[in-house]
Ligand binder design. Structure first.
Ligand code: 5GP
Length: 220
């Protein structure tokens, strides 16, 4: 389908992100964040539109959604909530089915490039002939998607498309084209809305820029 419009979040030097004190921030993370990059309301509003775009593009064909754990779990959950609203209860076809996969390449704050795909109870053979829609939290260097998509194609799905909430503007990216993209974001390490640092911050609703000074306290 090629890239569409998305919301472009400018570099913070151009337009500073929201100060923490204008939003409700969990007290247990207050000192650990720099600023709010994307408030939860905007994430919801954008997800609703992505669901509408997906609904109209697939035109009634059944979608098999692959949620990339763990970071993509919250986005997946909200996206299917909006997707269900698009389908009327009188639609004669089943709108979508889903599975979960785990893809790991990150160690702390850096992408290791060594991408590992773990099926979580899923049989890859079942992808044959299906319209696979991968749901991701963030595309950074693009290496994860570049490694995962050929793996999926080995099992002969009808189509494979990617829906990612975020994509970073990074130098040396693999220029990966996301079919359904929520936001293009500047190159900072972000947490919240299920995106973590060492398993913390997943419980926060806004997407925030981490305060690097806090990192040692979360390192194992
Ligand atoms: P890529 O292979 O595109 O470089 O990295 C993609 C994966 O790295 C994402 O699925 C995510 O797990 C992790 N990642 C990349 N950037 C960030 C970030 O800013 N914050 C968090 N929490 N994870 C990130």
């Amino acid at each position: 389908t090629g890239p569409r419009k998305c919301i472009v979040i400018p570099d913070v030097a151009e337009q500073p992100a929201y100060p923490l004190d204008v939003f409700s921030i969990p007290v247990h993370y207050e000192g650990d964040l720099e600023s709010v990059l994307i408030p939860s309301g905007l994430i919801q509003a954008r997800s609703e539109k992505l669901a509408e775009d997906i609904f109209s593009d697939y035109d009634g064909a059944m979608i098999h959604i692959l949620c990339c754990l763990k970071g993509g779990a919250q986005f997946f959950s909200d996206l299917i909530m909006y997707l269900k609203r698009c389908y009327s209860r009188r639609t004669p076809t089943v709108p979508f089915t889903f599975d979960f996969i785990r893809v790991s390449s990150y160690k702390g704050m850096t992408s290791s490039g060594d991408v590992q795909v773990h099926a979580t109870g899923m049989d890859f053979e079942q992808l044959k002939g299906k319209h696979v829609l991968l749901v991701e939290d963030i595309v950074d260097t693009g290496r994860t998607m570049a490694a995962l998509i050929p793996e999926l194609h080995k099992h002969q799905p009808a189509t494979v498309r990617v829906c990612s909430l975020l994509q970073k503007r990074v130098p040396n990216s693999a220029n990966f084209v996301v079919d359904y993209l929520g936001f293009q974001v500047p190159n900072h390490f972000v947490v919240g809305y299920c995106l973590d640092y060492e398993e913390y911050f997943r419980d926060m609703d806004h997407i925030c820029i981490i305060n690097k000074a806090c990192l040692p306290k979360y390192d194992a």
